[in-house]
Ligand binder design. Sequence first.
Ligand code: PEP
Ligand code: MN
Length: 681
Amino acid sequence: MKKKTDDLERLRRQIDAIDDRILHRLASRRQLVSRILRAKSTREMSLRNVRREEELISRLIVLGKDRGLDAHFVTRVFHEIIDDALGFQERRLQRNLNDYHHGITRVAYQGIEGAYSQLAAQQFFSAELDRTELVGFPTFEEAVSAVRNGDADYAFLPIENTTAGSINQVYDLLSRESLFVVGEEIFRVDHCLLALEDVPLFKIRRVLSHPEALAQCNKFLSRLKNCRTEYYADTAMAVQKVKDDQDLSQAAIASEEAGTRYGLKVLHRQLADQPENFTRFFVVAPQPIKVDRRVPCKTSLLIATPHEEGALLKALDALHRHQINMTKLESRPRLGTPFQYLFYLDFEGNLAEENIRLAVDELRTRTTFIKVLGSYPMRERAKTAPPPSAYLSRSREAEDKTVSPEPATAETKVSYRLASRGTKARDTSVEVRGVRIGGPELVVIAGPCAVESREQIMVCARQVKEAGAHILRGGCFKPRTSPYSFQGLGFDGLALLAEAGRELDLPIITEVLAPDQVERVAECADILQVGARNMQNFSLLKAVGQVHRPVVLKRGMMATLEELLNAAEYILGQGNQQVILCERGIRTFETSTRNTLDLGAIPILRKLTHLPIVVDPSHAAGQRQLVPPLALAAQAVGAHGLMIEIHPNPDEALSDGPQSLPFPDFVRLMSDIHENVAVES
Ligand code: PEP
Ligand code: MN
């Protein structure tokens, strides 16, 4: 026993020593980063060099693999390190450009300790937290007047939330006050249900929180029976109230940190209707700042337009003409003039740049009021895509080999309209979380036929990521020919799929079978699939046409291409323009394969329609040894993507085992795909 404890102690000391070394090396790396900045500044180079970042990550992935570290882990760690280096360089540049404040920085926020505003402010000022004093105020107005009176240097104010929308009170304050935006922060909000003790949910009678937080957790709250909600000025105050009342039937919705601070227990995490729940904050000050031109930057404005036809369009055209990317447009009522509006605009760019200045000058001539709120460093730094995806790039030449779009002439009579090249000559591409389907890169969707368990979907997701594929598939509602076959895990399966997607940072796709599932599935799936058996289920097509998620529409087993395009038309006609077609084999007289993969359909579809096309060789072949050659053939005829079924142990799969690739075969296929690209380019 003694020996075991000694061993443990010794191993722990070794780990501590390694951690110390990691930390030292990180510090040395930062010093080099700072020297690089000096070397760059003499030559006015941009802060980021994506090529260099890609090379750096590729090299480390290979090195890591040799030492048993998986690619996703290596990528995640180095994304953090690169992000830190960029943040460090940005702060340096900003400090050189603006008067550096040497004393204590005082930051006013609304709320008490543990409120989200305070946590987000800590994140924003994390590099100089020892010199920052965060002061809570009961209202936004009081936080702002602290800045106006010189009692605080900055106010830190929430401006919008990705679930509940804009925080109007703050927008209205910005229009009234003479303050400038000098920074932004994006903070992940994870709402927890907190109570005095670990009480069962059915005993909770009252839930206390800020109205915004309650609104973000609407779905969860509607499942609590005999329970009412009560508003508090901020989430942490609700926590404090639960603590003070000592009433076991009360709970608060707030951050876990607030719970810890006031000694409450977490009953439930991730309560928000949308798992991706973020709040964006503005840092405001009495004076604007200058932003170094090498720092990616946003600018915010407030405008009012004349009350006449086309006025807003004319104003926005100024941005368009100067090639400015608008990131937000918000309208607020103009006090005193009913049904006239103020517009808040955020766009990418820096007032120090010529095109931004010209656009703002032009805006001045087209508006009745304009207030420039300032330029500030952009918070979200795009992460350099993990290089395995680069292995799958389709070269420009490959692009050229595919059929070029031909606008339909007046004589070409087709029964569909929106899907045709006549309506839109250029290829449509669909973007999901950084993955573009319909562009030059071949996109690989892979995963099991059905989600079977947490363990199974997790290992599949890891494999998809490691092999350099892009999107995770997994059926939760399975359309099975026999009612006695495995029908899928339903919404429980979807929760597991979503968890795996989040964990490995992969977009997810799953099939919907019925219109009444669509809205709920669309809440967490990035792409919806309409299966072959449902291609002409018109009420389902209409339902998926009404949501804001891309749809993969599979060709029916007995459908002609015209019928497929008409099915797409049903979806497009409802508003949803993000339709991806899928060839998955059709029923012919041939019985040696499960279905006959119609490869000729791909170049024909590319001629007839602007919609992206993916090929699913798994359901066509029905047997795994045919999947790799058919996948490569699909790549050769110009498919934009592939959908491949994989399974950690295909013989034990609950659905479609015979056609599922075991992991080593999938890795080989991915490298063959990669090789084809390399040969072509
Ligand atoms: C599937 O993708 O799991 C599926 C059922 O496909 P299909 O609709 O093409 O048969
Ligand atoms: Mn299947």
